[in-house]
Design a protein around this ligand. Structure first.
Ligand code: WT7
Length: 646
């Protein structure tokens, strides 16, 4: 079951920051003496007023409270920019690769400083104050990074909303954190198509109101409406201000950002991260997990709309003075060779992507890869979902030509940074395993009752103590934070993931154990898709589950009961898919819809999802006990009309 082992390649071992002995020594220190360990490593960033306390955290269910370096002050943007200027002002901070292969540009640390200072001044002159929430709804252009860093510079809290979300989703997120400012672009460009970001913003504001100012970056020059007195062109505003904006002195525990993420119930939660601990953790993981050496070009293919973009395109790399590549496009445009062509074009040394992209490219044929050199590549990374061994082997053999260690990094929006991962020079790899904990991380596996399972075992993954990058609360709802993460197993942080630990102590994430599905590395709450479906006038009831999907990892399978008298049809299916896209966004589109006259329920009316999951997986031979169903005959109809036939 543990599979083959891939030892650290000799060339990597020679220059790596850490070997296995050093990893073990540091790891042991980090868990035996967290105050000593983080007290030392907290100094990796610049503090305005140094901290005198390190860890002050409680997982006690009645009093969950997480504070790190709490009397220190700092500015996150100054750490990502100003402190590098003397030594690497002319070094590229961001390499931007546009959607079209002939578009790219380089932004040095000096240029980044100029742009961020100006944007910060634009925000200030337009009334944005410390602590205000600023919604960022942007394509993958350098101005998205400027916007986030400008907020950090003045102590405003950014809430980035992925550009693929609908006006409704955007409105909900603007409203939830009462954000009076939005930063967007006229249009985004992805895979040769435009995304109407400003139009979506206008529609969102119609719904939620209360937005005072919209800052609009010109990306395409497409036709948009500008509302007098509310909407401002970024390129005009930055001309009116100076390129000098002193960084605000922020407390370590002042919020840096809010990022909405789906859970098993209700609407998305505003995951709140603060300044000091987050930056220490993001920068330290970036350095050690990717074995980052000064001067290297590092590329994370995520979107800044997700936490991966926050921690590993922006904050971690820039805090380390790295060169970070930002890609506007998609892996398959104009061809399935794009990633590797970009690696050659910009001499990328470290490449970090998601299994869904690897699987899609694997299916497009090896010649797209082998046509390119990739000789600059040193380290490969994977994130977002379990990587199946076939995809791992292809990534390792074809992309990395067996030279490049693959760091399979397990973490979550809530964790702020990577928690379980190999380190390139220290960890022997096993395809499909995220391997071992990072410094300060104490994973444990519990059974359904919360009993610790020792040795080689399988169960639910919990973390027993805090680390600096951990989320601090759900914005505006601390009780929801406590209930979501600390109530299932009292005194422990519950990840929502299932996990196996092998005899070598390696961790193998097996996927979510709650009603969350992972579609192409994006987290989707089944409850959210269900509520979008039942909002349609033709739908009386809906139940959504995940099922195995060759490229996406999991696909979205929706069981829909129509209103009395309505006839199922292919046309209606299309209408419902369109409706969900409009309500949430394309990432929530159901892959399969099954019209069901009724759903399997217990006598108390609870939908039995276990049965629905099995049927969606096309493995209904062993449905378990169905005797508690109110009407056991519904199961036969569901099986007969199942949509996923292998
Ligand atoms: C969920 C978190 C962390 C940034 C991207 C997703 C799954 C994430 C892995 C991995 C297996 C993984 C988990 C986790 N996940 N990385 N390397 N191996 N599963 O962030 O949207 O907050 O989703 O993604 O199920 O709980 P997210």
């Amino acid at each position: 079951m543990t599979g083959d082992v891939y030892p650290v390649p000799a060339e990597i071992a020679e220059n790596a920051l850490l070997n296995n002995e050093q990893y073990l020594e540091m790891y042991n220190k980090s868990v035996e003496d967290p105050d000593g360990f983080w007290g030392e490593h907290g100094k990796r960033i610049d503090w305005i007023k140094p901290y005198t306390t390190v860890k002050n955290t409680s997982y006690d269910y009645h009093n969950v409270s997480i504070k790190w370096f709490e009397d220190g002050t700092l500015n996150v943007a100054a750490n990502c920019i100003d402190r590098h200027l003397a030594e690497r002002g002319d070094q590229p901070a961001i390499i931007w690769e546009g959607d079209e292969p002939d578009q790219s540009k380089t932004i040095t640390y000096k240029q980044l400083s100029d742009a961020v200072n100006r944007f910060a001044n634009v925000l200030l002159t337009n009334g944005v104050k410390k602590g205000d929430r600023v919604t960022v709804y942007m394509p993958m252009i350098p101005e998205a990074a400027y916007a986030m860093l400008a907020c950090a510079r003045i102590g405003a809290v950014h809430s980035v909303v992925f550009g693929g979300f609908s006006p409704d989703s955007l409105a909900g997120r603007i409203e939830d954190c009462s954000s009076r400012f939005v930063i967007t672009a006229d249009e985004g460009v992805r895979g040769g198509r435009t995304v109407p970001l400003k139009e979506n913003t206008d529609r969102a504001i119609e719904k939620c109101g209360n937005v005072d100012k919209v800052f609009v970056v010109k990306r395409t020059g497409g036709n948009i409406n500008m509302t007098e007195g509310r909407d401002l062109w970024y390129h005009e505003e930055i001309e009116k201000v100076s390129a000098d904006c002193p960084p605000a002195e922020m407390n370590a525990e002042d919020p840096l950002f809010i990022l909405y993420t789906s859970g098993s119930t209700g609407q998305p939660k505003g995951v709140m991260h603060t300044s000091g601990g987050y930056l220490v953790y993001a920068s330290m993981t970036h350095q050690y997990v990717f074995d980052y050496h000064p001067g290297e070009v590092y590329w994370c293919t995520a979107d800044v709309g997700w936490v991966t973009g926050h921690s590993y395109i922006l904050y971690g790399p820039l805090a380390n003075g790295a060169t970070t590549l930002m890609f506007e496009g998609v892996p398959t445009y104009p061809t399935a060779g794009r990633f590797w062509e970009v690696c050659d074009k910009h001499n990328v040394n470290i490449f970090y992507t998601a299994p869904t992209a690897i699987r899609a490219l694997m299916g497009a044929g090896d010649e797209h890869v082998t046509n390119t050199s990739r000789k600059s590549l040193r380290i490969l990374g994977s994130v977002g979902e379990p990587i199946n061994p076939e995809a791992w082997m292809w990534y390792h053999n074809v992309v990395g030509e067996q030279r490049c260690p693959i760091v399979d990094t397990w973490w979550q929006t809530e964790t702020g940074g990577i928690l379980i991962t190999p380190l390139p020079g220290a960890t022997d790899l096993k395809p499909g395993s995220a391997t071992r904990p990072f410094f300060g991380i104490q994973p444990a596996i519990v059974d359904a009752e919360g009993n610790f399972q020792e040795g080689a075992t399988e169960g639910n993954l919990v973390i027993t103590d805090s680390w600096p990058g951990q989320m601090r609360t759900v914005y505006g709802d601390h009780e929801r934070f406590v209930q979501t993460y600390f109530a299932t197993y009292k005194g422990l942080y519950f990840t929502g993931d299932g996990c196996r630990r092998d005899e070598d102590g390696y961790y193998w994430i097996t996927g979510r154990v709650d009603d969350v599905i992972n579609v192409s590395g994006h987290r989707m709450g089944t409850a959210e898709v269900e509520s979008a479906l039942v909002a349609h006038p033709d739908v009386s009831e809906a139940a959504v589950v995940g099922y195995p999907h060759d490229v996406k990892g999991q696909g979205i399978y929706a069981y829909v009961t129509l209103m009395e008298g309505l006839e199922p049809s292919e046309e209606l299916k299309k209408k419902l898919v369109k409706h969900v896209r409009a309500e949430i966004g394309p990432i929530a589109s159901p892959d399969l819809i099954q019209f069901a006259p009724s759903l399997p329920k217990t006598r108390s009316g609870k939908i039995m999802r276990r049965i629905l999951r099995k049927i969606a997986e096309d493995s209904f031979e062993n449905l378990g006990d169905t005797s508690t169903l109110a009407d056991p005959t519904v199961v036969g109809d569901l099986i007969d009309n199942r949509q996923n036939r292998a």
